[in-house]
Design a protein around this ligand. Structure first.
Ligand SMILES: Nc1ncnc2c1ncn2[C@@H]1O[C@H](COP(=O)(O)OP(=O)(O)O)[C@@H](O)[C@H]1O
Ligand SMILES: O=P(O)(O)OC[C@H]1O[C@](O)(COP(=O)(O)O)[C@@H](O)[C@@H]1O
Ligand SMILES: [Mg+2]
Length: 462
């Protein structure tokens, strides 16, 4: 992936002419190990070798604009109407982000009109554009204690021009889109439609993904809360499998294209013998295949625990899966519907162990929604709040077509085009997967899969 400084540049609506309520507080601040001054930038890369490879002067190495309050802002807060929408699948922390946005807008910038569009981008269609929630500090006071989103969410396509009409009709000056890859794409199209009409509306993305599959963000909000919950299920199947003759525990976790939840949950629970993720194909049969490995565990210690991400082994479904386990078509947002790899593993492991005289006791759990519907934990609550603050500062300073993200510990502005330019995936050659291999002692690959595609995330170059 080749990135130029221009790809990392953030679009501004115009000159910042108003004093920010934070200007006095900022007057003494300079870049320090704990703060990035507004004129400074955050490096894209963080190793000496990567930087040295470019051979560029410091001012030209790829870097992000720092997030945070500015001394001067673009919008006159007294005249601002803000809009908030949450889209796509649920994720712990959505309510925390809504609450953080409303508090920052109301308390510090004294914005008086904040509209919550309901049920995702559907709320911006002609049919629903007047069905908004008036968001006040009172309304959001306690919402962080529960999962989900008070605004509702949805999948499904919407017309960008129709959505812009809604923003104009409701007088919205800045829209905060809390969404995943789909939501960030929609926000991009929305920003382009706004630009084409020459309108003065800022669109700020707050990246939300339970799968942690958005790029240029260290780890997405809610991810920690979700995988922490997932560990409970791994521990449960471990207890069940360990106490049963030829016990087989299987936990299927979310992760359409990226195996982060499966990897982190398996590391945290540390009872998993085998972790299967979309990034690494595996073979079922053969002396080095998954089934032989499962059998080896059952023979050696009497049970086995497998953690599988829902997107793993999709190429096996066609060959081995029952028709009802096959994925079919796409959902309303265009996401491919996956085949059920958990059921396939359950059936094939059952058949294999039975055939070799080790009739198993199968314990299969698919806790998908139980994981993403939890409230944010303390860590994610802080993270969501700080993301929300950064999003409000970005909008007030007239930034648009941009997402706020934490990158290498710092809060930064990432152009939406970059947010949707690639997918964040577990690198089979990276240190996270190495930790999984070290913990489970599973082989780097099950069987010969070299003819099938292994994910190799692109390195950056300039
Ligand atoms: N390529 C796209 N162009 C425009 N809108 C999109 C696109 N992809 C998704 N969307 C819209 O974004 C919203 C959220 O997308 P979805 O994939 O459901 O969830 P997420 O934002 O969590 O990835 C949906 O309303 C969907 O219609
Ligand atoms: O059943 P739903 O609501 O479509 O959601 C299921 C999917 O949503 C995901 O959580 C990801 O969705 P998002 O991109 O919306 O975060 C996947 O892991 C999962 O396959
Ligand atoms: Mg998505």
């Amino acid at each position: 992936m080749t990135l130029h400084l221009d790809d990392l540049r953030v679009r501004h609506l115009g000159e910042c002419r108003y004093d920010s309520p934070f200007s006095e507080m900022l007057s003494t601040k300079q870049t320090s190990p704990h703060y990035v001054a507004e004129g400074d930038r955050v490096l894209l890369e963080d190793t000496v070798s990567m930087l040295a490879e470019h051979g560029l002067p410091p001012g030209q190495v790829p870097s992000f604009e720092a997030a945070g309050p500015r001394r001067k802002i673009y919008f006159d807060p007294a005249r601002v109407t803000a809009g908030i929408v949450t889209c796509g699948g649920l994720c712990p922390g959505l309510n925390n982000v809504i609450r953080g946005l409303v508090q920052e807008l109301s308390v510090h910038y004294r914005v008086e009109r904040i509209l919550g569009f309901r049920n995702g981008l559907q709320g911006l269609t002609a049919e629903h554009r007047f069905d908004t929630v008036e968001l006040t500090t009172d309304r959001v006071r306690d919402i962080h204690n529960v999962g989900g989103t008070i605004l509702g969410s949805s999948r499904g396509g919407q017309d960008a021009d129709e959505m812009v009409d809604s923003l104009v009709m409701r007088g919205v000056d800045m829209l905060f889109v809390i969404g995943g890859d789909g939501g960030m794409r929609a926000a991009t199209f929305l920003s382009e439609a706004i630009k084409a009409r020459g309108l003065d509306i800022a669109v700020i993305g707050v990246p939300k993904t339970i799968d942690n599959d958005l790029p240029f963000t260290d780890q997405s909000f809610g991810f920690q809360s979700a995988f922490a919950r997932a560990t409970d299920f791994i521990s449960s199947v471990w207890v069940e499998a360990a106490a049963s003759p030829n016990g087989v525990g299987i936990v299927k976790l979310m992760g359409r294209h990226s195996g982060f939840i499966a990897s982190y949950a398996a590391l945290a629970a540390s009872g998993a013998d085998i972790v299967l993720i979309p990034e690494i194909p595996f073979a079922l049969e053969g002396p080095d295949g998954l089934l032989a490995h499962v059998e080896k565990h059952v023979r050696a210690k009497g049970f086995v625990v497998v953690v599988v991400a829902e997107g793993a082994g999709q190429d096996l479904i066609e060959k081995y899966g029952l028709p009802q386990h096959n994925g079919r078509g796409t959902d309303a947002s265009g996401n491919v519907k996956l085949g059920n790899i958990g059921e396939l593993l359950k059936d094939t492991i059952n058949a294999h162990l039975t055939a070799v005289g080790l009739t198993p006791t199968m314990r299969y759990l698919d806790p998908s929604y139980a994981i993403r519907s939890v409230a944010a934990n303390a860590y994610d609550s802080v993270y969501c709040l700080r993301l929300a603050h950064a999003a409000v500062h970005a909008a007030m300073a007239g930034r648009t077509e941009v997402a706020v993200a934490r990158w290498r510990r710092r809060f930064v502005h990432v152009p939406l085009s970059l947010m949707t330019s690639r997918r964040n995936q577990v690198d089979p050659d990276g240190d996270l997967w190495m930790s999984v291999l070290e913990t489970t002692c599973q082989p780097a690959e099950f069987g010969t899969t070299s003819d099938r595609e292994r994910i190799r995330p692109p390195a950056f170059s300039v």
